[in-house]
Design a protein around this ligand. Structure first.
Ligand code: F6R
Length: 608
């Protein structure tokens, strides 16, 4: 949600900033801007629209200078207009600020500043920061930023440059990620690692409350008490190829197709065939602690919440531990209950989702042990959890989550297996599950072979106005996920339901115009889902069934069958979701939607 980048070093700043903004554009894409210190002052270019538009503008009106900041926006305060685009300036235009997050007391601060004579030109909360810095006392830029931030409530990841402090960027973090890419005589600051990768693999992550001053000669980090701190350097583990499209038309398609490989990465080194268990050292849960767990609560948002719903089936089935799955945004505002023996699992691709992070903090405060299932290494949730499982799925650029979802399921299967083996799951069952998990990436490879059929189907349903997705048991969350994928990228209204719930209301919607996608692999509820299909058929609904290879008994009932390989039932969601991801993708392409940047959305929701 909003991308921030800054550069100081021996190169021209503008091309580095533009390169960074291109890579960060998936975080927000309604407006964009850069500001550069050119030796005389701060020069800014910005506009409503995309990075390509700004590139063209810079072609006509270039910026020179070796220190600058940039921003790609997802609007919160104020419409996505040129005026509201970052960077924002003070009254004199000598300070420029880019910001991710929300200044919660912006209205109060603005009134105070206006009555002191400041002239505001935008509707944004961020502009208050520029005026606060303008007024702040201090010999150095960091002193001024520190003083300016003192009355600020809310969240921020920000970067500041100022005419009086040439060659200096100050960054600060509270609730929104900021990292410093450390190169040879050059530094790239950014809200995520993708922006720094072409220049360095070595990054220092700021902690909440940190402020850092960065020049071409080095950087210094101060913590909340203004003590100088060393923040250790981490190596980015993935390469530039993860950030490029290769031969694929969109990142979403690339990420769907790379799932066999991303699943291999999630499973690599974690399967213990002889012990019939999983190696999860990062969890920091000893055997003794595992046996003391009395309940598990999973907190997450969106697609990660759907993964959590599958996780409930996995953990209850294998380990016999009661599991609840909560929307993080709801959990965080409920009365915290202290229940001894609670393990809280926060699931988040980005590791930065504000609601999930706050839910994790609330759970911790209530005495729970907290673990994270997270993709982005070094992210806030990963750092604040007591332990966790990294997905190792590589950067997910498509705004619609796909490969992270299947890796989350794999991580939950590993977690379920690990807990279960500590709590008496028989060795033979453990071994069988390890073998099934080891074979899963190959099955996903086979499931992807359904793409040509899905393409043909997409053409028939691209004009639909609504769609219903039904599933049962461990595949009910897959129905929810299929519906979410379709609505977020194609803008077709879609709903997911537990199959048997259809007759309690949604059945009224069924007619010959309503596509009904039924997720029905062969498992113990298969026959029940078939009964629901009969009910749909009887009312003229058009059925697309996602079922298991070798299953020949649906022809009479359904309009289309998409078959995935048979598997151990608990693993089946990893396979059944594949045709649904592809279906959403191809329908969206046919409707000429911007698949990787759907309207109103942004990757990584770091505001409440
Ligand atoms: C949907 C999607 C979102 C995210 C949600 C949580 O395709 O991507 O629903 O799943 O915003 O994000 P993370 O997993 O980063 O916490």
């Amino acid at each position: 949600m909003c991308g921030i980048v800054g550069y100081v070093g021996s190169r021209e700043a503008a091309p580095v900033l533009m390169d960074g903004l291109t890579r960060l554009e998936y975080r927000g894409y309604d407006s964009v801007g850069v500001a550069v210190l050119d030796g005389r002052g701060v020069e800014t270019r910005k506009l409503a629209g995309r990075v390509d538009g700004l590139r063209a503008l810079l072609g006509r009106a270039p910026l020179a200078g070796r220190c600058g900041i940039g921003h790609t926006r997802w609007a919160t305060h104020g419409a996505p207009t040129e005026r509201n685009a970052h960077p924002h300036a003070d009254c004199s235009g000598t300070v420029a600020v880019v910001h991710n997050g929300i200044i919660e007391n912006a209205d109060v601060l603005r009134k105070r500043l206006e009555s002191a004579g400041h002239r505001f030109t935008t509707e944004t909360d961020t502009e208050t920061l520029a005026h606060l810095i303008e007024d702040a006392e201090g010999a150095t830029l960091e002193e001024r930023v520190l003083a300016a931030l003192a009355p600020v409530e809310g969240t921020y990841g920000l970067a500041v440059i100022a005419e009086e402090h040439p060659g200096t960027i100050v960054v600060a973090r509270r609730g929104s990620p900021v990292l410093i890419g450390v190169g040879e005589g050059e530094y790239v600051v950014a809200s995520d690692a993708s922006a720094v990768l072409p220049y360095t693999r070595s990054v220092a992550y700021l902690r909440d409350g940190d402020i850092a001053v960065v020049t071409a000669k080095g950087y210094r980090v101060l913590d909340e008490q203004q003590r100088v701190q060393r923040r250790s350097l981490h190596d980015i583990e993935w390469g530039l190829e993860s950030l490029s499209l290769g031969d694929h038309a969109h990142f979403m398609l690339k990420e769907i197709r790379e799932q066999p490989e991303t699943l291999r990465s999630t499973l690599r080194g974690r399967l213990l065939p002889a012990e019939g268990s999983a190696r999860l050292d990062g969890l920091n849960l000893t055997a003794a602690r595992c046996t003391r767990i009395r309940r598990i609560e999973i907190v997450a948002c969106g697609t990660s919440w759907h993964a959590g719903l599958v996780g409930r089936h996995i953990i209850e089935d294998l380990a016999g531990i009661p599991v609840t799955v909560e929307y993080a945004s709801e959990y965080r505002y409920r009365r915290p209950l202290r229940v001894p023996g609670t393990l809280t699992v926060a699931i988040s691709q980005s590791g930065e989702t504000a609601d999930t992070l706050e839910a994790l903090r609330a759970a911790k405060a209530a005495g729970s042990t907290v673990v994270g299932i997270v993709n982005v290494v070094g992210s806030t949730i990963a750092r604040e959890a007591d332990g966790g499982i990294y997905l190792h799925a590589g950067p997910e650029i498509g705004v619609a989550s796909t490969k992270a979802f299947t890796s989350q399921l794999a991580a939950l299967l590993l977690l379920g297996l690990y807990l279960a083996r500590q709590r008496g799951l028989p060795l033979e069952r453990g071994r069988a599950l390890v073998a099934a998990l080891a074979g899963l990436p190959d099955l996903v490879e086979r499931a992807l072979a359904v793409e040509p059929e899905v393409c043909a189907l997409a053409a028939r349903f691209a004009d639909a106005r609504n769609a219903l997705y039904l599933g049962r048991g461990v595949n009910f969350p897959v129905a929810l996920e299929g519906a979410l994928k379709l609505k977020e990228i194609s803008y077709i209204h879609a709903e997911g339901y537990p199959a048997a719930e259809m007759k309690h209301g949604p059945i009224a919607l069924i007619d010959e115009n309503m596509p009904v996608v039924c997720v029905a692999p062969t498992d113990h509820v298969y026959r029940k889902v078939v009964s629901t299909m009969e009910e749909v058929r009887a009312r003229g609904g058009r059925i697309i069934a996602v079922t298991t290879e070798g299953n020949g008994d649906l022809q009479r009932l359904v309009d289309h069958e998409l078959r995935v390989p048979a598997s151990e039932p608990l693993l089946s969601p990893v396979l059944t979701v594949i045709p649904l991801q592809l279906l959403a993708y191809h329908i969206a392409v046919l409707r000429e939607c911007d698949v990787d940047r759907p309207r109103n959305l942004a990757k990584s929701v770091t505001v409440e």
